[in-house]
Design a protein around this ligand. Structure first.
Ligand code: ADE
Length: 423
């Protein structure tokens, strides 16, 4: 008997058993997504809808894929980063869940885009992105497919910024829901998820002690706030480098030292970029860094650390540990780059813990349902996640934690709605 398998390109199907167990482990921490999955199983709100997702291929993503499939969707998945794929999860998605998956940890750039093309060959009606690579591909190489697409969702700050620029310039070819901007996403995933998993990535890669280190964080958005809080909690002396005066002021009032990149470069032991911008750490900074300085990126793309400039200053390079490249500079100093400058929390660790991805992916699942239901009225622009969805997710999360919250009395409701009552 021949076994029918969905289309796929994964490292090794024999890894599936381990992947399945880890997917189940994550699922135990994803109660909100589980509730949505149960409803989807009954109602099939995405029946026969073709969805192509380009997300980090992790245990948490696997549970989102299961949920979409339970809702009747015909789903395929490719990676949103060449280094973040968990190969056992990719194998299990194919073997145990019949979900077409195209991702191999460590794939080169050519394979990465072949996998995105394989996901687009599925002719999606909905795209689901983390970093907008699928949307970019449609807009650059496969424009004719845009008319088949009802809409797309975007998971991350970097992607949303690009998509909003496209909408502003009127070049966006289909509607987008900015999942990142839901409160139940960025206030938790970006802060607590990035905060913990970035430290996790640094520790797994290096096993250095954080206490007592000069720890420099570039960027004080939600992600930067998470990383600084966790580093401080572990006893580091934390410095923030920020270009936005309001965010810089917040960092000062939160108790952090704020300075310029050049000043921070001279004293830092560990540097993390989390800005979403290009060449945040560059030649002028590498030249000033101390012997032994460690640096990593937790922003979406691997552009924040100028690796070419680093290479230009380097006499020799070796991989000293998994995920740690030692650059011996011509000036005699040794600098250490983690995870090749890609997202350190996903390259060297497992990304955000399931308990926060639960809310992010509940938003993804409900945003897909929303787009499909409202396909006729959506315009080619970027929409927020509807407020009622965001609040529902927060309520379900609290319920799952066994936490009851206070209700307004009738008198209080009336007071809040009134403008006549004064002193
Ligand atoms: N982004 C950050 N952490 C993640 C995770 N665990 N799974 C999927 N995407 C992520």
């Amino acid at each position: 008997m021949t076994v029918k398998t969905v289309k796929h390109d994964v490292k090794d199907l024999s890894l599936a058993e381990k992947g399945k167990l880890r997917i189940e482990w994550a699922d135990n921490q994803m109660p909100v997504l589980k509730i949505i999955r149960k409803r989807f199983e009954k109602e099939k709100p995405l029946k026969d809808v073709r969805i192509s997702a380009c997300l980090h291929v992790t245990t948490e993503t696997a549970n989102l894929m299961r949920t979409l499939k339970a809702g009747g969707a015909d789903v395929v998945l490719c990676a949103s980063n060449p280094l973040s794929t968990q190969d056992d999860v990719a194998a299990s998605l194919v073997k145990d869940y019949d979900i077409g998956t195209f991702s191999i940890n460590g794939e080169d750039n050519k394979t990465y885009y072949e996998h995105i093309d394989a996901a687009l060959d599925h002719h999606p009606q909905i795209t689901m992105d983390d970093g907008a690579d699928v949307i970019s591909r449609v807009h650059s190489e496969r424009k004719e497919q845009a008319k088949e697409i009802i809409g797309g969702t975007e998971e991350t700050t970097t992607g949303v910024i690009r998509l909003e620029a496209m909408a502003e310039q009127k070049v966006l070819l289909y509607p987008i829901v900015a999942v990142n901007d839901a409160k139940t996403k960025h206030l938790f995933d970006n802060k607590y998820g990035t905060g913990q998993s970035t430290i996790d990535g640094i520790l797994r890669a290096t096993n250095v002690l954080i206490a007592g280190k000069n720890f420099v964080v570039f960027g004080y958005g939600m992600c930067g706030r998470g990383v600084t809080a966790r580093a401080q909690g572990m006893g580091a002396n934390v410095t923030v480098v920020e270009v936005d005066p309001l965010k810089a002021l917040q960092a000062v009032m939160d108790g952090f030292k704020v300075t310029t990149a050049v000043e921070a470069a001279k004293t830092g032991d560990i540097f993390i970029t989390v800005t979403g911008d290009i060449h945040v750490l560059r030649k002028e900074h590498f030249e000033l860094m101390k012997d032994g300085a460690i640096f990593a990126n937790a922003g979406h793309f691997d552009v924040e650390i100028d690796k070419e400039a680093l290479q230009g200053l380097t006499k020799s390079k070796r991989r000293i540990r998994d995920f740690v490249d030692e650059y011996a500079l011509k000036n005699g100093n040794r600098l250490y780059l983690l995870g090749e400058g890609r997202l350190v929390n996903l390259a060297a660790a497992e990304g955000h813990p399931a308990i926060v991805m639960d809310m992010s992916f509940a938003n993804q699942a409900l945003a897909a349902e929303f787009m499909y239901k409202n396909a006729d009225t959506l315009k080619k622009t970027v929409y927020p996640v509807p407020k009622d969805i965001d609040e529902k997710i927060a309520r379900l999360k609290l319920e799952s934690m066994g936490i009851a919250i206070e209700k307004l009395t009738e008198e209080q409701v009336k007071y809040l709605a009134s403008w006549e009552m004064g002193t």
